[in-house]
Design a protein around this ligand. Structure first.
Ligand code: NAD
Length: 480
């Protein structure tokens, strides 16, 4: 503990940057506020371009030794980080909930175990990458997966540590060094992770964490000539700025962006399953990029579907995310809630009918909402709300279902509920989406490619695709 240390829900958190294996303060700070009750959690280092540059310099200095460390040794250290995450799982869960307002029970049972799994999975996967050899007219081709260099990872607030480690683990396992910039609305668990990584024996400078506003330090990171990869998860407008900034040095980008995914319910579906999956879209108060926020139901079952949906949604408990019984917590920030409310008000003015919710409970909690009688080209159908707001439209047949499902500028995911496997295959083949779930939702294997098409992203990460991105593949041709 130092005079800088914050105590958040009983857990000590250092609010300073972590650069080159040392805690570094900034002249300025910003206030981190809990979405649960608006209470200030503490003052966090407000990074400047100078600190961003110092973090890249530290990552650059640490790169040669880490890149030369045998893969098996890197994997051992990543497993030690996973051990540290598991040892401090309860603390990480409590701090993440205080910081971003998502459910404590899901942090405890789903998210933080998955954070540890991210390290274990990518550590092990790095050992399976073949150094492939093949022959050309007697010459040997030797293909190797070389680490790329310092990587900048920029992450959002809706699943802070899970999304950060989904990038961090493969980047480190591949032999890269990293500058991580967490979102300013959820800066705390990245700082705890820096402590855990140091305790696990990760050498100084291999992981650096810079806190602050993206608008103030983003450019210094993304336009830096020594940065070899940028992986970003966040919104489309920020992605545009990052792409423009990265263009200066043609730095390769991985962009995981927003969505407006459909949930298609055919008349031959198990309707209870369809309703369960639809109501699940309110998870994390709707702040999930993959959420299927556009429910499309075949006309003949729309009335029955809606009746069952209303009953099930009505039973959801909204409140303090630390309570075991709570299903839906707060929105990240009153500003975000204002945005959500604006979307709903404009939709209603444009003729939408409120079936469920449609109002704020207070300045932090927005009631789970279902709107119907919405036009395909309306804002509420076309734009990502990033809150607990779903729309319901009907379709007459498969062609119309596909046409409505595919008619946005996004392409992150789609969910189909149908009893007909052949229909599922046909429809899946016609949809633009990085992930399609058939009669299920959110089943994710780290081996699978993950990403979006169109405005939902550029590139794929996951399994070998992560190493494709974080490595420079090299082919060495040797004469006989
Ligand atoms: P955001 O774009 O506002 O911020 C994301 C991060 O970018 C933050 O760390 C922020 O500080 C940083 N940033 C802001 N301006 C920057 C700049 N000029 N240069 C560099 N970095 C900058 O997004 P958000 O509101 O935090 O997150 C919500 C969005 O993220 C939604 O659109 C959601 O769909 C998307 N998301 C996508 C996925 C996915 O995997 N596809 C997952 C989660 C969230």
């Amino acid at each position: 503990m130092t005079e800088h240390t914050l105590t958040v829900a009983g857990v000590a958190v250092d609010p300073r940057h972590w650069i080159g294996g040392e805690r570094v303060a900034s002249a300025g700070t910003f206030t981190d506020v809990s979405p649960i009750d608006g209470r200030a959690l503490g003052e966090i280092a407000r990074g400047t371009p100078a600190e961003a540059a110092a973090a890249v310099a530290a990552a650059k200095a640490a790169f040669p030794a880490w890149a030369a460390t045998p893969r098996a040794e890197r994997a051992r250290i990543l497993h030690a980080i996973a051990d540290g995450v598991e040892k401090r799982l309860e603390e990480l869960a409590i701090v993440e909930t205080a910081d971003n307002g998502a459910l404590l029970r899901s942090h405890r049972r789903g998210v933080m175990p998955r954070v540890a799994h991210n390290f274990r999975f990518f550590a092990d996967w790095s050992l399976t990458l073949d150094h492939e050899d093949f022959e050309t007219r007697g010459h040997t081709n030797h293909v190797s997966w070389d680490p790329a260099g310092p990587c900048v990872l920029i992450t959002p607030w809706n699943a802070p540590l899970m999304l950060a480690t989904w990038k961090l683990a493969p980047a480190l396992a591949a032999g890269n060094t990293v500058v991580l910039k967490p979102a300013e609305w959820s800066p705390l668990t990245a700082s705890l992770l820096a402590d855990i990584a140091a305790e696990a024996g990760l050498p100084a400078g291999v992981l650096n964490v810079v806190q602050g506003y993206g608008s103030e330090i983003g450019d210094a990171l993304t336009s830096h000539p020594d940065v070899r990869r940028i992986s970003f998860t966040g919104s489309v407008p920020t992605a545009r700025r990052i792409a423009a900034s990265a263009a200066a040095h043609l730095t390769p980008l991985s962009l995981e962006l927003g969505g407006k995914s459909p949930l298609l319910v055919f008349a031959d579906a198990d309707l209870d399953l369809a309703v369960d999956l639809a109501v699940e879209q309110y998870d994390n108060a709707g702040q999930v990029c993959l959420a299927a926020t556009r429910i499309l139901v075949e006309e003949t079952v729309a009335e029955e579907f809606t009746r069952r949906f209303v009953a099930k949604a009505g039973a959801l408990v909204q409140g303090d995310p630390r309570e075991e019984a709570t299903d839906i917590g707060p929105t990240i920030h009153p500003r975000q809630l204002e945005k959500i409310d604006g979307f709903v008000r404009r939709a209603v003015e444009a003729g939408a009918r409120v079936v469920v919710g449609g109002h704020r409970r207070d300045e932090r909690y927005y009631a789970p909402t279902l709107l119907t009688e919405v036009a395909q080209d309306s804002e509420i159908v076309q734009e990502e709300v990033f809150g607990p707001v779903l729309t319901l439209q009907t379709f007459a047949d498969e062609d119309e279902a596909v046409q409505l499902a595919d008619d946005t500028r996004f392409g992150l995911a789609a969910t189909l509920v149908t009893g007909d496997r052949e229909r599922a295959d046909r429809v899946t083949g016609r949809l633009t989406a990085g992930t399609v779930w058939v009669n299920c939702f959110f089943v994710r294997d780290l081996k699978a490619p993950f990403g979006g098409s169109r405005h939902s992203g550029v590139g794929r990460e996951g399994g070998t695709w992560s190493f494709d991105f974080y490595c420079d593949l090299k082919n060495t041709v040797t004469a006989p």
